[in-house]
Design a binder for this molecule. Structure first.
Ligand SMILES: [Zn+2]
Length: 393
């Protein structure tokens, strides 16, 4: 056990005493995964936190090379320590580095590998939005880049920790362009498949850092819950199989870290979501995914019924999205508790963790005030306390 600055006591990933009686003890039949212990109703994040303007300026590719590398790194380190402290102060059990070293949750791949054209487009508000397109055959640029993020996080907190990796399917959807990418990768699928060994290597390095959770973000896979999205594809089931197969190729046999998948309907901040529909359509795929935790969203009105949670394998943990990230309203503690108690009608408490619906700022341009995110996370942590009191098992 570790005493924190707030005097609370939280478990580290590598120590007890949270067993099956009090929290989710995760085991795998073959024993290939180190068991990870979560406190019951662990309050966590999905990944990204809103970036202050100075950080956006720092990350802007147009500023690259304008300050010495060691100064750049020093400022990034300071910023990251700030966002770690903020999540601790909010009372969370499981925190991230806010993805504050990344231009976007997926753009990190362009730092791991050469081959991408990175650029920024100013939107109508003058906010720079980062984009990346694969234009050449990928070659190593900074392998282990994501593990470096994880290592810094683990070294600077006593809480449970999470680092996120983009899924190859999502990267393929976003970064392959029929004209500009074809010379390097003739098809979108060829590019996706080339990403599998790259991401597996990153994951293997991440697993050595002691980070608690490695989460793959597969937003595009989740969009297949929406009939309108499915209609755009000749064979949506084949797309789903492709996404699941590649992710399983990356994670199979990798131990020492809890593997999670985040499935949301796209996060356009104040503009809302990009797809609508319950998880039912995706259930067979979710069951096949070789992950230990599903990080889901249930605060938005288009996420469907929680009864679907009953159909997920009982040996998997559930990160319940129960805090809205997109709107400016701040959910009350009672609303958050009510969502978790609705989930408790379908799954046991020891499988349940709390999280917001999504990252607060998947891209560095997301215009969500950081203090709004802080307030929402405080409420989430307060809800977790109440839930532990009411459902101590
Ligand atoms: Zn999301």
């Amino acid at each position: 056990m570790t005493a924190t600055s707030e005097g609370e006591r939280v478990p580290r990933a590598d120590e007890g005493p949270f067993g099956s009686a009090q929290g989710g003890l995760l085991t795998k039949d073959e024993g290939s995964f180190a068991p990870t212990r979560f406190p019951r109703f662990a309050a966590g994040v999905v990944g990204s936190m809103p970036r202050p303007q100075f950080l956006r300026d720092l990350l802007d590719p147009r500023a690259e090379g304008t300050i010495p590398e060691h100064v750049y790194q020093k400022r990034l380190d300071a910023a990251t320590q700030f966002v770690i402290a903020m999540q601790e102060a909010a009372g969370l059990d499981l925190i991230s580095d806010g993805e504050w070293r990344r231009r976007s949750y997926i753009g990190v791949i362009a730092e791991v590998m050469h081959g991408f054209h990175s650029y920024v487009v100013d939107d109508e508000l003058g906010t720079g939005r980062p984009f990346h397109t694969v234009v050449e055959l990928m070659a190593p640029r900074r392998p282990g880049r994501i593990a470096d993020e994880a290592r810094f996080l683990v070294e600077h907190t006593d809480r449970l920790t999470k680092v996120c990796l983009p899924s190859p399917y999502l990267l393929g959807q976003r970064m392959w362009d029929p004209e500009r990418s074809r010379k390097a990768y003739p098809t979108r699928e060829a590019f996706m498949r080339a990403l599998v060994p790259v991401l597996r290597r990153e994951l293997e390095e991440v697993a050595k850092t002691g980070v608690t959770v490695a989460q793959f973000d597969d937003t595009h896979l989740c969009l297949f819950v929406d009939p309108a999205v499915r209609a755009k594809y000749d064979d949506p089931e084949r797309e789903i199989d492709l996404a699941v197969g590649m992710l399983n190729d990356i994670v199979s046999g990798v131990g020492g870290v809890t593997i999670a998948v985040h499935l949301c309907r796209g996060n356009a901040g104040r503009l809302g979501w990009k797809g609508a529909g319950g998880y039912e359509t995706l259930l067979p795929a979710m069951r096949r995914l070789d992950v230990q935790q599903y990080v889901l969203e249930y605060s938005i009105p288009v996420a469907g019924d929680m009864a679907v949670l009953r159909a997920l394998p009982e040996d998997r943990l559930i990160g319940l999205g129960c805090v809205d990230v997109r709107g400016e309203q701040i959910d009350t503690v009672e609303q958050i508790v009510a969502r978790a108690e609705e989930a408790l009608r379908h799954v046991d408490a020891e499988r349940l963790s709390l999280n917001p619906d999504c990252g607060f700022a998947p891209g560095s341009a997301a215009a969500i005030p950081i203090d709004e995110a802080y307030a929402k996370l405080q409420r989430e942590a307060q809800a977790a306390t109440i839930l532990r009191e009411r459902h101590s098992g």
